[in-house]
Ligand binder design. Sequence first.
Ligand code: NI
Length: 192
Amino acid sequence: MEITNRATAAENSLNDMAQNDDLRFPIGKFNAPGEITPEMRGVFIETIRNLPQTLADSIKNLNDEQLDTPYRPAGWTVRQTVHHVADSHLNAYTRFKLALTEDAPTIRPYHEDRWAELADSRLPLDVSFKIIEGLHARWSNLLESMTDEDFARKLVHPDSGEWTLEKMLAQYDWHSRHHTAHITSLRERNDW
Ligand code: NI
C-alpha cells in the first residue's frame, strides 16, 4: 500500500513538473533551425519590429492585481515578465552591435532572475514600453540593414559558445513569442 502511495505521489509530482514545464514553455523550448533562409530572417525581423505592439496587446486592460500575478507557480509576475523583456532585449541589442563592430566578441552574461528582483521591475509598465518601443524601432532597423555576411558574424557566449547573428535573431524571435505567450496563456487559463 505504502509503495503504491509513494508511486502515486511520485507520479503526481512528475505530472506537476510536466504541467509546470508546459506553463513555462507555452510555445516549446528554443530549437535553433538547421538552416536559416533570408525569408525566415524576414519573418523573425517582423516579430522584432511588431513586439512593442504585440506585447502591449497582451496586457491590454489588465489591472494591477492581474499584472502582479505569476504566470505559473513560482514564476515571474506579468509585470516582471514585461520588464524582463526590456532587460533582455537591451542586452541582445548591445550584443548585436558588439558583434557587428568587433571580431567575434565574447559577450557578458547577466543573472536575469536577479535583475527581475530589483526594484525597477516593480515599476508601472509604461516605463518599459517606452524602452521597448525605441529599442525595437532601432533594432529592427539595424536588422533590416544587415547583409548575409553580417548575419554570419559571430559572438561568443562564455557558457554556450559561438553563435552567429542569424541564430541569435532566431532566438530572439522565439524569446519575443515565448514571453508574450506566458501572458496570453495566463489570460486564457483565467478567462481574463
Ligand atoms: Ni526570457
